[in-house]
Design a protein around this ligand. Sequence first.
Ligand SMILES: *[C@@H]1O[C@H](CO)[C@@H](O)[C@H](O)[C@H]1NC(C)=O
Ligand SMILES: *[C@@H]1O[C@H](CO)[C@@H](O)[C@H](O)[C@H]1NC(C)=O
Ligand SMILES: *[C@@H]1O[C@H](CO)[C@@H](O)[C@H](O)[C@H]1NC(C)=O
Ligand SMILES: *[C@@H]1O[C@H](CO)[C@@H](O)[C@H](O)[C@H]1NC(C)=O
Ligand SMILES: *[C@@H]1O[C@H](CO)[C@@H](O)[C@H](O)[C@H]1NC(C)=O
Length: 480
Amino acid sequence: METPSLIFVGFLCVLWVLDCVGVVEGIGVNWGTMATHELPPGVVVQMLQDNGIQKVKLFDANDTTMSALSGTGIEVMVAIPNDQLAAMNDFGRAKKWVTRNVTHYNGVNIKYVAVGNEPFLAAYNNSFIQTTLPALENIQNALNAAGVGDKIKATVPLNADVYNSPTDNPVPSAGTFRSDISDLMTQIVQFLNKNNAPFTVNIYPFLSLYANEDFPVDFAFFDGVSAPINDNGVMYTNVFDANFDTLVSSLKAVGYGNMPIFVGEVGWPTDGDKNANLQYAQRFYNGLLKRLTAKQGTPLRPGNIEVYLFGLIDEDAKSIDPGNFERHWGIFRYDGKPKYPIDATGQGQNSYLIGAKNVDYLPQKWCVFNPAANDNVNVTKMGDNINYACTFSDCTSLGYGASCSNLDAQGNASYAFNMYFQVQNQVPMSCDFEGLATVTTQNPSQGNCNFIIQIASSFSLGPSFSILVISFLCLAFYLM
Ligand SMILES: *[C@@H]1O[C@H](CO)[C@@H](O)[C@H](O)[C@H]1NC(C)=O
Ligand SMILES: *[C@@H]1O[C@H](CO)[C@@H](O)[C@H](O)[C@H]1NC(C)=O
Ligand SMILES: *[C@@H]1O[C@H](CO)[C@@H](O)[C@H](O)[C@H]1NC(C)=O
Ligand SMILES: *[C@@H]1O[C@H](CO)[C@@H](O)[C@H](O)[C@H]1NC(C)=O
Ligand SMILES: *[C@@H]1O[C@H](CO)[C@@H](O)[C@H](O)[C@H]1NC(C)=O
């Protein structure tokens, strides 16, 4: 009598164990939250666990996020945003930060504190040059004083333009830290070394391609090039290796050639630019994941590389100063659906990651251009209303080379109106636009151009409940 239910529970347990096998074992992800409609942190944490993702890097220390990570064992890099670096130059303030945002969370597996984010980026006009190193020192010293410094390390995620090779000898082995900050970089490296902390760098082959029309496309990927860079007999076939090894050489030049290096961000966006699409993202990740799982490393650093993919979920409220692609870096869409199949195990088999569960959507309603307004379309009025809609929502998919760039003028208007309507949680008055718009229940999506329905903010039981139930059943099963 009991046999069928036993078999069923056994089956559940097998499924559960399979679920927990690290699909992307050892690889971390960046979890950014600059979205108009955030997935509930509990839903995101469940998604991480379903995919065996065991490491996350955050951009702040949000209480809701940290609580959702509590008890999961997921390794966390928590962060201090750039605008708080100056405050951390006061040791008392740094100690308070550590007490509130590190030691307070004794259920969270915090391993690293990211002090700032790319603080030496040229776009920041040297704003953080003075404050970054003292903040790093104070935070690590505060961690040490709190007795957790042996297991929690402070590091500074830096952009890859803190080092380079001379223009007359552009090979990785000639890499050094950028001349204007070389003393500062040396002091940072010395401090990291003293505390056994890693150097963290963000490497973006996509940006190399974006920034330079003449950049050889194949060199951005991992599947070979016709003319590799020959560095004294070492052949470089992709910009990731070349960039990483330029850093290895730069570290070596200041006496720390063996310092551990973390890649704090690496990834490929899927929309908002002609090179940002699903095919390229898939090609990039498949190449990257294959070499990561094979622990291939780079010519100067064979072996395992610690990597955090950028990023987990699309963020429709990110600044688009760097480009329209900024809101499309997720390996998952805004609603936690996987975008493309990837070879997550590096075994040559593409499959979709497991999407977010229990996501609540707004009703199946869209806001579109009203065909009845067609008789006397006033071009100025249309333009003004589209501009308004796009100022307060995300129209980056309409731009040149993006997924909705082939819409006609009315399609453009519909797309913009709908994005605004969804951001406004579909409140009826947000679909008027001086009589140009109307609500429809027919999905207006065309081809690759997706007219979205936003997610509803909702209460969720999160991962702990279902895991508790399944664990209990499994335990009962094994005890029998
Ligand atoms: C923390 O995140 C939650 C949603 O995940 C958000 O509602 C809240 O405003 C955030 N808190 C702060 C201080 O940013
Ligand atoms: C903890 O982190 C949050 C989010 O990054 C920050 O706003 C807050 O000031 C920090 N708390 C302390 C006491 O420093
Ligand atoms: C940097 O300087 C430029 C030119 O002086 C200015 O336009 C820009 O707003 C500054 N950016 C920041 C982040 O301070
Ligand atoms: C078109 O719309 C603009 C702005 O709403 C208005 O100023 C203009 O008079 C309109 N033109 C016509 C021909 O209706
Ligand atoms: C649609 O909008 C995009 C972005 O604003 C613009 O570049 C394009 O020219 C528009 N297309 C038409 C047919 O109006």
